[in-house]
Design a protein. Sequence first.
Length: 123
Amino acid sequence: MHVLSHALHYGTGVFERARCYDTTRGPAIFRWEEHLDRLYDSARFYEMEIPFSREELTEATLELIDRQNLASRYIRPVAFYGYDMLGGEPGRGSGAGHNRSLAMGCVPRRGRPRERGRRVPRR
């Protein structure tokens, strides 16, 4: 991300956080379609068109998961307005030319105490 990215200066970005679990049938993303719905709906708030289709984003996500060696992970897609001009409202008026970017990463998911095999005390 460029230091003069619109998202860095004005907070014009959207993200999701999806859980992915290893199962006996391979990785399973928890409610992926609902996460994509929220990502695309949030982007519309900024009049941001995500530059990839839902199918392309799903395919890229599956490829990313395949490349990772993590037993359980969070998937973090982030869509944002990048750098081409600073100022203005992205998607409207003087900022209509802002480029759109999308990045995605996987990070290890730390289990809750119960998932690590410990009993969770009740209150």
